[in-house]
Write a protein that binds this ligand. Structure first.
Ligand SMILES: Cc1cc2nc3c(=O)[nH]c(=O)nc-3n(C[C@H](O)[C@H](O)[C@H](O)COP(=O)(O)OP(=O)(O)OC[C@H]3O[C@@H](n4cnc5c(N)ncnc54)[C@H](O)[C@@H]3O)c2cc1C
Ligand code: SF4
Length: 330
């Protein structure tokens, strides 16, 4: 392992200043992703700035009372168990519990979870070409193992998927992150936090180097209380999503009053299915209607031989998830 400096951040401003002033510095949250990458040689920063002791460990109401504010250092397990998360944002609790193992959830932080890096096997294997690890080196996944590849929004430079289950649930519920930089704080909607690969797959998000996530804001809404998360994976203990669905629904009699759908395992970012939502609003909710709406959203999907299974899996998982939610909502 290469040597690096360790700095314990004494304030948010100290953390931001230290990282922003050094292109080879990185924030350290719970370390469950970053430390693995240090060991594998995927990344080799010269300075780690530990932000895990900064006072961002509260879950509280936003100052305007319109939602919940979750500090970036809240452990994933505490967030999943919080009574307001369980009662008003069940999709968030279920997404967290579908991710990793109990021990990892105890260590992993909320901000670190959103910024964890792709699980593309070639990204983690430094003996193979990977444009995300080394821009311009090539993409091994294009002709290689393709079971986990993206089917929406991918580019010829990268076909990796985004790994966070939490981020998918947050995308369905219109959450935002609060980001601090050298000038102050700003809100970034979750849908605008992660990006598609294009010709810069080395960039996972729209954040600048040195931007510190300090909190997540989750707006209260009736529809969020009728939300859920369903993840399809290779094994029940811990594994990343083949596909996942975060959904929320409000019924108006037999018709859909409002609906939210976000998918995981299909793109370089959590994929909010706006076109499918628009297809369903005002219509009777049947499995056939959901499948047809999913197909509208997937009109631009591109699959390979090994990832083609994701289309029927997504159709079926979205249909089962929404029809069960609708039955409960009636
Ligand atoms: C075996 C295993 C299985 C897993 N399975 C799943 C799964 O099924 N689903 C799932 O969603 N996750 C899964 N995970 C991932 C796990 O949830 C993440 O590793 C964890 O959430 C990352 O949080 P952390 O605090 O440890 O981040 P770290 O490892 O500390 O950091 C991750 C990244 O975020 C950056 N960062 C950290 N905090 C901040 C901040 N406040 N502001 C800006 N940047 C920051 C770091 O610089 C780094 O780039 C799994 C992990 C393991 C090891
Ligand atoms: S899909 Fe992306 S992360 Fe995976 S090898 Fe290709 S460039 Fe690297």
């Amino acid at each position: 392992m290469r040597e690096f400096d360790y700095v314990l951040a004494t304030s948010p401003a100290h953390a931001v200043e230290t990282v922003a002033g050094n292109p080879d510095a990185r924030f350290l949250g719970g370390g469950t992703n970053l430390v693995d990458h240090l060991k594998l040689g995927v990344t080799s920063p010269d300075t780690l700035v530990d932000v895990s002791r900064l006072p961002f460990d509260e879950i509280e109401e936003c100052s305007d009372g319109a939602g919940l504010r979750i500090g970036t250092n809240v452990p994933n397990s505490d967030l999943a168990a919080h009574p307001v998360i369980r009662s008003r944002f069940p999709a968030v609790a279920r997404a967290l519990l579908a991710g990793a193992s109990g021990q990892i959830r105890n260590q992993a932080t909320t901000g670190g979870n959103l910024l964890q890096r792709t699980r593309c096997v070639y990204f983690q294997d430094v003996t193979t070409p990977c444009n995300k690890r080394e821009l311009g080196s090539g993409c091994s996944a294009l002709e290689g193992y393709g079971r986990y590849n993206a089917i929406l929004g991918a580019s010829s430079d990268c076909v990796a998927t985004h790994p966070s289950d939490l981020a998918v649930a947050l995308a369905a519920l219109d959450a935002a992150v609060v980001v601090q930089d050298g000038r102050g704080r700003r809100r970034v909607p979750i849908e605008e936090l992660h990006r598609l690969p294009g010709d810069r797959p080395d960039l996972d998000t729209t954040l600048e180097h040195g931007d510190l996530i300090v909190a997540i804001e989750l707006p209260y809404s009736q529809i969020a209380t009728r939300s859920t998360y369903r993840k399809v994976r290779d094994r029940a203990s811990f594994a990343f999503a083949l596909v996942s669905v975060a959904a929320a629904i409000e019924m108006d009699g037999d018709r859909v009053g409002d609906v939210r759908i976000a998918w995981g395992g299909v793109a370089h970012k959590p994929w909010r299915a706006h076109r499918a939502e628009a297809e369903l609003i005002g219509r009777p909710l049947t499995e056939e209607a959901v499948r047809a709406a999913v197909d509208v959203e997937l009109a631009d999907a591109r699959t390979g031989e090994e990832s083609a299974y994701k289309i029927p899996m997504l159709r079926n998982t979205t249909a089962v998830t929404l029809t069960r939610l609708a039955q409960e909502a009636r």
